[in-house]
Design a protein around this ligand. Sequence first.
Ligand SMILES: [Zn+2]
Length: 251
Amino acid sequence: MQLIELPLSVTNCFLIKTPNDKYILVDTGYEWDWKVFCKQLIKFNVGFSEISHLVLTHHHDDHSGLLNNIIEKNSGIQIVMSHLAKDLLTTGVNDRSHGGGLINKRIALLIYSTLAPLKRIKAKKWPMTFPPYAVRKNDILINGETRLSDIGIELNGRIIETPGHSVDSISIIFDDSDCIVGDAAANMLQFAGTKYCVIALNAIDEYYKSWRKIIAENAKRIFPSHGRPFGADKLTDNIGKNKKENMVMYK
Ligand SMILES: [Zn+2]
């Protein structure tokens, strides 16, 4: 499986070529990533007309920000998402109603005591928003483990549900053991003790349950949305290591 990585401002998107010369795009970026996203497509010589499906790992602002722009370029692209993403996408704001809002303590401190007063981060912008997206008839809602071939994607692999970061998180595990996890794992800000968790979680127990699922599916290489790819052994080694005490509720 050849994964083409498209790094945007903070989100890694992925393109995978299918045997019939189409591309599957995984995720988009923030709404302000449009220009860089287009540049990346040009760099890899991929046109919007060549994209057949867009798999959205979850509804958050840094993943869904460009859905409308992309659909405008090619309305034939089918967006694949968890059935739980449908309503969340219409709100235009990251969901915090499912027992969530936990953020890494050191990162929270950095944001609220250091960066926000310096106005490097507009704290008000942090109730994270994105252009609302209304699911269309030809989009595909996933409910339970689903083979890619069953939803018209000519690749060997399956979509599994991996909640914990958000209720609607899904991952793609290919039969060759590569796994695109969205924010179900991450490889960033290790100094803050993230231990391969993304900095914000809904439910830490659910998150680790999803890791166990990914490990049980025999994943070998993990491709996160944030940070460089890493071996699945890191998940095995770090399971449970990021403690609830390391997380605070974000304001
Ligand atoms: Zn997210």
